[in-house]
Write a protein that binds this ligand. Structure first.
Ligand code: TXA
Ligand code: MG
Length: 337
């Protein structure tokens, strides 16, 4: 078994050496921690799927430190795309572009003619990629199906012994993953809602994005393949509690013969019952997004929690990404009065 080292930001050079040798290194971004491997090293990329237990038809994001690095692989970059890159990079917007044939292996792209590219804001990680001199794949650094990691400790918990190291730069800021926008066709479609909102993108482009978001049939190749898998699931069953339903939900929870996790803003009235385990989500959707995955993981350590009641937020702005992740973790189940 591998010993998983924790690297401080100042030790980023050592971590880059490991990447160059084909080892796996988890890295910080402003959204969630990613699991890095040299994107041009087929064997290294294969090991990412194994370490995460990820289905092999689910392609990986290619994480770059510069636009020039991306242009070695991506082609047909439109004027709109350039505008968005200029405005949002480095940052939490991921672009799907057509790739130059033969530049990225099937292991990275899952056999698609496109790939997803992202340049994260975190400076240590951009330094890491620069030093490694190759783009690195960057799926979230969790075991497949579990909540994405927002601290190095989360990564260690899931992947210890399976990866060479983790660059620890503290907790991530945003807490939900990047927004993925498809720029490989004439239609501009958000494939995954995320940290950058639709409104922010439309503001920069001065036009509306397409909303044609059709559900993927059983035999179709999905547009963002990862969206079809089970995701973000803690051990306990999550129930989403909409505004105005808390009183009924807490009354129900009090009567349960086991512990109930409560993920909500504010503390006082929600700690009234002995069988409640409370996790403070924060007071607005930004704080809730920052805390969501840590909260779901928190209850996994409390074995007797059978249900988690989690606060829903309005589906607008960042609330769209927050609710997208929360609904997946809950398998779409809401508390019903
Ligand atoms: O914030 C993030 O994006 C984080 C950090 C670490 O950068 N990464 C991340 O990666 O969330 P991952 O692998 O967990 O999610 C990538 C998503 C998956 O749903 C995958 O199916 C989709 O991107 N994807 C990758 N390549 C694609 C492509 N060519 N076309 C459409 N979707 C693609
Ligand atoms: Mg993921």
């Amino acid at each position: 078994m591998l010993i998983t080292k924790i690297y401080k930001p100042a030790e980023v050079e050592k971590a880059a050496d490991e990447l160059r040798k084909g080892e796996l290194i988890a890295f910080p971004t402003e959204t969630v921690y990613g699991l890095g491997a040299d994107a041009t090293n087929e064997l290294a990329v294969k090991r990412v799927y194994l370490a995460k237990g990820r289905p092999s038809d689910n392609p990986l994001i290619v994480t770059v430190s510069s636009i020039e690095m991306m242009e070695k692989f991506a082609t047909d970059i439109s004027d709109d795309a350039r505008k968005l890159i200029k405005h949002f990079w480095p940052g939490s917007l991921t672009f799907v572009f057509k790739i130059k044939p033969g530049t990225l292996s099937k292991t990275v792209t899952g056999g698609l003619k496109t790939a997803a590219f992202r340049m994260p804001e975190n400076e240590v990680t951009r330094k890491l990629i620069e030093l490694a001199q190759v783009p690195i794949v960057g799926p979230s650094a969790n075991s497949s199906g579990k909540p994405s990691p927002t601290t190095a400790a989360h990564v260690y918990h899931d992947l210890e012994g399976r990866i060479a190291g983790i660059v620890d730069d503290g907790p991530t800021q945003v807490g939900v993953e990047s927004t993925i926008i498809d720029m490989s066709t004439n239609k501009l479609v958000i494939l995954r809602p995320g940290a950058v909102t639709r409104e922010e993108i439309e503001e920069v482009l001065q036009k509306k994005l397409d909303t044609d978001h059709h559900e993927v049939g059983k035999d179709e190749t999905p547009k963002a393949p990862g969206m079809k898998y089970k995701h973000y699931a803690p051990d306990a069953q999550v129930l989403i509690v909409e505004e105005g339903k808390w009183e009924a939900a807490l009354n129900w929870a009090k009567k349960q013969p086991y512990l109930v996790g409560i993920m909500a803003p504010g503390i006082e009235e929600k700690t009234l019952s002995k069988n409640f385990v409370f996790f403070d989500l924060g007071n607005n959707v930004e704080q809730a997004s920052h805390n969501l995955f840590a909260g779901l993981r928190y209850f996994d350590d409390k074995k007797d929690v059978k249900w988690i009641l989690a606060a829903g937020f309005a589906e607008q702005g960042l609330g769209i990404a927050y609710m997208n992740r929360l609904k997946k973790s809950a398998g779409d189940q809401f508390f019903i009065d």
